[in-house]
Design a protein around this ligand. Sequence first.
Ligand code: SAH
Length: 346
Amino acid sequence: MKEILQDLSFAEIGELVAETGEKRFRAAQLYHGLMQGKRISDISDLPKGYKAKLLERFEDEPVKIVETLRASDGTEKYLFELSDGNLIEGVFMQYKYGNTQCVSTQVGCRMNCAFCASGLGGLVRNLTAGEILSEILVVNALHGGTLQKRAVTNVVLMGSGEPLDNYENTVKFLRNVSAEGGIGISPRNISLSTCGLVPKMYQLAEEGLPVNLTVSLHSPSDAERERIMPVARAYKIAEILKACDYYFGKTGRRYIFEYSLIEGENADREHAEALAALLKGRPCHVNLIRLNEVKEKALSGASEKAAYRFLGVLEKAGVSATLRRRTGADIGGACGQLRAGRLKQE
Ligand code: SAH
């Protein structure tokens, strides 16, 4: 694999242009072309000879869409191919207030949660910062977005992979995606979801990047959480809550818990009551979602009735919570499902 030009910040592209003896204004032309989601070979204001030189060292199209699925609710799901042939996926969801893109941070995942399709084949490799960014650049361009008027307004790091297990590249991506003059998506419009890697949560709090921190909790009890999330053996819920409070102290950002309701595992009234007791009075919000069933996993989503009962218990206790629609459920919206399906066909 060649290098990924989209890994570089504007300042680094400036250095590259200077090193190669090109005129300084070429840096802005190159950067703007890339941020518009163009391939190097398609940036029309650069001389052909210079593009040829760049292409000897850099990938022309690090991330390309090879399949698109459209759901009845307008959600789109993409299968992306990377330069080395690996596959990742992303989702584009349209809301009244803007459009949210869900991006992957790794090929596969090594967290092996019991309900999730992303971990089925383990971790293959980390994405580079520029590959994560390219997922957005490509989709923004696909929907006619420009740098002045973006089609992608919000980003969630909730695709395949554990962002804090690919820490350096994820933080670099966060800096580049929010940089002024680029696509410029503010950290406040970005949510980073983690299964709860406590030391990295503390590290993230120090980066000066006030992204919305989201933690996949899925249970109010350590013992039950361990059954569905192996990572829970390493980090206990009390430590996670402490790290969340630290993050809140540093960034002033309310934190969010993801809670996927699984029948017979974590969706009973007792679970809701224990969760309410745990979270009451904290500056947090709970996103409930009924599990999207994954063929390869023997777990079912809780019924709609159980989900509303769960929500009611939280609300009654004064814990802020919403039950999310299963956007794109008819196209296999959950993490890793599209890729898992494709790998099976091959
Ligand atoms: N590794 C990160 C981010 C990726 S997963 C994390 O663990 O948070 C994004 C969210 O989707 C997580 O809350 C994850 O637990 C949840 N998820 C995974 N598979 C799911 C499924 N089949 N149905 C519902 N939610 C699922």
